[in-house]
Write a protein that binds this ligand. Structure first.
Ligand SMILES: [Fe+2]
Length: 273
């Protein structure tokens, strides 16, 4: 069964931690969009969900920083953050170890991956899952891209990772979905936290929905840092999803700036061809 679903959206601890204090008219379009995504993921009847996110110094440290690392575990604890802060109860999310190992084996024909049996899920995974598979009943294969510390994997390599993932997923039985999370522009834990670079976000989203690879990967790391903030490096997750859908375009379900959550919020669903 080939890939049956592919989308990208945001994560960010504020989405759950600060929901009550955010103006409703600001955040309502985001939660409505998340709910539509939830419905579409349910309708896809997935047997497994491959999730691509960054790590936030929860699993990976400067002693050993892989560009890409896939989780081979039977299950993954999360969230790593304090549950009272994040307002997501700690739980155990089922993994898909056989699928993860098979994907890693095929991906490594063209893209080198690190792997781990002991990843834990931080808000990059848990915030989207909290809304999109709230019963945690879809096994997850987590895949982390280093978006935290330079030297980062090149944007073009994130696209290649997506192409390799697609080739690997299409060889597997079952209904498999792909979800990238992170970005768009944001300045987390920085003096500019709350700034949203709307034009920068929209330019990237235009390139992604048209799947214009060269436009998506044209940014230097310094340009991302300057125009999209340190959190902007997480566009790598979105680029990986686009790479998995090379030759297809996508649909922007919504885009809305969310200064209360310190992110630009969006959902892009790619067409599977
Ligand atoms: Fe993040």
């Amino acid at each position: 069964m080939p890939l049956v679903f592919a989308a990208a959206t945001n994560h960010g601890p504020g989405i759950t931690a600060r929901r009550e204090t955010a103006p409703e008219d600001e955040v309502a379009p985001f939660f409505e969009g998340f709910e539509r995504l939830h419905q579409r993921i349910e309708a896809a009847k997935l047997d497994a969900l491959v999730m691509v996110s960054s790590d936030h110094i929860q699993n990976l440290y400067m002693d050993n920083m892989p560009a890409f690392i896939i989780g081979l575990g039977d299950s993954f604890p999360g969230p790593t953050e304090d549950e009272h802060f994040l307002k997501i109860p700690k739980t155990i999310v089922p993994g898909a170890p056989d699928l993860a190992a098979a994907l890693a084996d095929e991906v490594m024909e063209t893209v080198d991956l690190a792997y781990s049996g002991e990843l834990a899920l931080d808000h990059g995974f848990m915030v989207p899952l909290h809304f999109l598979t709230p019963d945690y009943d879809v096994p997850v294969v987590p895949l982390i891209i280093n978006c935290m510390f330079p030297p980062y994997p090149k944007l073009g390599r994130a696209y290649e990772l997506g192409r390799a993932l697609r080739r690997a997923i299409d060889q597997q039985p079952g209904r498999i979905g792909l979800l990238g999370t992170g970005g768009l522009s944001h300045w987390p834990a920085a003096p500019l936290s709350g700034k949203v670079a709307v034009e920068w976000d929209r330019e990237f989203l235009d390139a992604m929905t048209a799947n214009r690879r060269d436009d998506m990967i044209r940014y230097t790391d310094a340009e991302i840092e300057r125009d999209g903030g340190p959190g902007g490096h997480e566009i790598r997750s979105w680029i990986t999803v686009a790479g998995a859908c090379e030759g297809s375009t996508g649909v922007l379900d919504f885009y809305t700036p969310l200064p209360s959550f310190a992110i630009g919020g969006a959902v892009v669903e790619m067409t599977i061809a």
